[in-house]
Design a protein around this ligand. Structure first.
Ligand SMILES: C[S@@+](CC[C@H](N)C(=O)[O-])C[C@H]1O[C@@H](n2cnc3c(N)ncnc32)[C@H](O)[C@@H]1O
Length: 200
């Protein structure tokens, strides 16, 4: 019942953004880490994989930003509210040329995917990134504090059936990427593992 409600809410782009904003303190911690690790300037082509309704596109120069998401409702919302190139697509088979982006952002995508799909996404990300490029991947981890009941409940309900411990993400990343630096962080009630990856 609760899971169904969350699934329905997640498919309403405006509500999804509003609720996540409330639960995650307007994404202050996430925005800070993106600003630190990804350049927002003109000339740096950025791919946002699993961009959702496009909330983080505003951190980049619009003419250099490419957002891809599998959900047409999110892409429709993003096109109407934000600037940038948004397209419906599957991160496991990205419709971009080899070595055509300087940097990639993945926020909250991989915990929806099993290991086989994650490997496909990482392989595609590696293919479209320039050899000198890098990616910032921020993924949900199990709530760190046992008393963070809302965090546990949200993860339980949020069909993120592949939420992993940092070590499990590290093992998957290491097959294709080198981890330059990493950390765990708290965003509102949610805990994340963030890693900056460069192609091997
Ligand atoms: C938790 S949301 C995060 C969205 C966005 N990064 C944000 O933080 O607002 C996960 C997103 O991954 C998208 N997604 C799931 N599987 C995908 C796939 N195979 N290819 C592209 N996007 C996918 C979903 O549609 C959803 O928008």
């Amino acid at each position: 019942m609760f899971s169904k409600l969350i699934a329905w809410l997640s498919d309403q782009p405006a509500l999804f953004l509003f609720l996540r904003g409330v639960l995650e303190n307007d994404f202050r911690a996430i925005r800070a880490i993106i600003a630190r690790d990804l350049a927002g300037r003109a000339g740096t082509r950025t791919l946002d994989l699993g961009c959702g309704p496009g909330a983080f596109s505003t951190l980049f120069a619009p003419e250099t930003y490419v957002g891809i998401d599998i959900n047409p409702r999110y892409i429709d919302y993003a096109r109407r509210h934000f600037k940038g190139a948004f397209s419906v697509g599957d991160a496991r088979s990205i419709e971009l040329a080899d070595s055509s982006v300087d940097q990639a952002l993945v926020f909250g995508l991989l915990h929806h995917l099993d290991d086989t799909a994650v490997r496909a996404v990482l392989g595609e990300m590696r293919r479209v990134l320039r050899p000198s490029g890098h990616a910032l991947v921020i993924e949900d981890i199990p709530a760190v504090s046992r008393v963070n009941l809302l965090g546990h409940l949200t993860h339980y309900a949020e069909n993120g059936e592949h939420i992993r411990a940092p070590e499990a993400y590290q093992r998957l990343y290491a097959e294709t990427f080198r981890t330059e630096h990493d950390e765990t962080l708290r965003s509102g009630i949610c805990d994340y593992y963030a890693a900056v990856l460069t192609p091997r």
